[in-house]
Design a protein around this ligand. Structure first.
Ligand code: F6P
Length: 477
């Protein structure tokens, strides 16, 4: 193998550059050239295939900084449509012309679905990333538990439903224990929860903090480190009566309540609380927004003004209950040590998978008590259900205690190995040294895009090649 490509697809996460770095360092060792494709799959749809040579003379370019969030080669939610065979042939042809012998896609479940048709044309592997932590399986047989149920209201007349599990859940059987990006997202969310607490405390208010994660409650679960009073996850339908009772009990005691709510929380009928807008995401993901707001409306109705006025704790329920979203801050910025370290290993493993001649494989991060965290290769086909679809992993319900509305014992056991030493000394030192650097006030922000732009190369099209050769002929004549 002489030359491979790498692209980052889907929403950005903090550890993408670390994954790229891991891949480039391993490619250098193996004397393999590695090209980074600009803006994910978008680059492949462009006849000129904008790309950057990431390791000329087998040395990484200086712009690769594993401590920087985002991705130096850009990302997009474009994906490859398996029905468009001509387009796929065209992409394969372009990669062939560039001399690309294998492709690494850094992405989540959408990307893994998206790369399936590509893997039929050239060796393609996935290095995982997602703050949602939803790429993986609770146990190896989980894909078999997906069933299709008729639903005339949706596009194809059916939707997928997870049947009740028949497997005994064991943390050590999880496939891809945790994905790069998750730890940093939890770091930001938990810090946000901690900070909002003081406002809730001082002003006798009830805060509802919405965190990301789509239909998986991992980020909400991890936000327990910020010590909210109650956590709501999408995997357990909301029990409003129980919630209101718990809120009042806590408020009576401490005059403030902090609730974390995963953006995908559902009511007793299984309907998302957050308005679900039609997806603009070509991988088929739904856009969720407003779960916290919807919950606030319900709490205002159910608790009522009198409850707050009774003890002069507030004018009205509307004034006392407020919402905040952690938002995209949980997806951006410097990755913490845990993410950087394992993202790099997963990137390196992806190169190894290609070098070993594997196709349609995923580098995964496994955990067990005897070996700790370690990387392995996993056949992507084993993630697919019987119709070929890869589903986002949902948090195993046993990780959450629906009565306490907090992580269960097993949930705590899940979180501990990830977070106990997740923050590096340098993470804190970096902030100390850089945030209030006087230069920040005088120097404009210098975007990585400006530097990378200077390095972008293009595949020459047939017309360009013809013009070039004519010019050369003319010069010789
Ligand atoms: O999948 C990552 C994620 O951040 C989700 O948690 C969230 O629902 C979604 O992406 C937000 O997408 P966008 O950045 O396109 O609004």
């Amino acid at each position: 193998m002489k030359r491979i490509g790498i692209l980052t697809a889907g929403g950005d996460t903090p550890a993408l550059n670390a994954t790229i770095r891991g891949a480039v360092v391993r490619a250098n060792h193996r004397k393999v050239e590695i090209y980074g494709f600009i803006k994910g799959f978008n680059s492949l749809f462009n006849s000129r295939v904008p790309h950057v040579h990431l390791n000329p003379l087998y040395q990484e370019i200086p712009e690769i900084d594993p401590t920087k969030g985002g991705t130096l080669i850009g990302s997009s939610r474009d994906f490859v449509d398996p029905a468009k065979k001509d387009e796929l042939d065209m992409i394969a042809g372009r990669l062939n012309k560039l001399g690309i012998e294998g492709l690494i896609c850094v992405g989540g479940d959408g990307t893994l679905n998206g790369l399936q048709p590509l893997a039929e044309r050239l060796p393609t592997v996935l290095a995982p990333k997602t703050i949602d932590n939803d790429l993986g399986l609770n146990y190896a047989s989980e894909p078999d538990e997906w069933a299709r149920v008729n639903d005339p209201a949706v596009k194809h007349g059916y939707r997928y439903k997870h049947s009740p599990s028949r497997a005994v859940f064991d943390l050590q059987h999880i496939v891809n224990y945790v994905t790069p990006g998750y730890a940093t997202a939890v770091f930001v969310s938990a810090s946000g929860v901690e900070r909002l607490r003081t406002t809730a405390e001082s002003h006798r208010r009830i805060a509802i903090i919405e965190v990301m994660g789509r239909h998986s409650g991992y980020i909400a679960l991890g936000s327990a480190y910020g010590r909210p009073d109650l956590i709501l996850v999408p995997e357990h339908a909301l029990d409003l009566e129980h919630l209101v009772e718990s809120v009042k009990q806590i408020y009576d005691l401490q005059k403030n309540v902090v609730i974390v709510c995963g953006e995908g929380v559902v009511d007793e009928q299984g309907r998302e609380l957050g308005a679900e807008t039609k997806s603009s995401d070509p991988a088929g993901n739904v856009a969720l927004s407003g779960a916290a707001e919807a919950l606030r409306t319900k709490l205002i109705q159910m608790i009522g003004d009198r409850y707050f006025q009774l003890y002069r704790r507030g004018e009205s329920a509307r004034e006392a209950i407020f919402t905040r979203k952690v938002g995209h801050t949980q997806r951006g910025g410097r990755p913490i040590l845990f993410d950087r370290f394992y993202a790099a290993q997963l990137g390196a493993k992806a190169v190894e998978l290609l070098a070993e001649g594997r196709n349609n494989a995923v580098s995964i991060l496994q955990y067990n008590a005897s070996r700790g965290f370690h990387v392995e290769g996993y056949d992507a086909n084993r993630f697919r259900d019987r119709w070929g679809l890869i589903h986002a992993r949902r948090m195993h319900p046993s990780l959450y205690d629906p009565v306490l509305m907090k992580p269960s014992r097993i949930g705590i056991d899940y979180l501990l190995p990830i977070f106990t030493d997740a923050i590096g000394e340098d993470d804190m030192e970096h902030m100390r040294q850089t945030l209030f650097a006087p230069g920040n006030l005088t120097q404009p922000y210098h975007s990585i895009n400006t530097d990378i732009n200077k390095r972008i190369r293009y595949l020459e099209t047939e017309t360009e090649l013809k013009v070039k050769s004519r010019l050369e002929e003319a010069a010789m004549a």
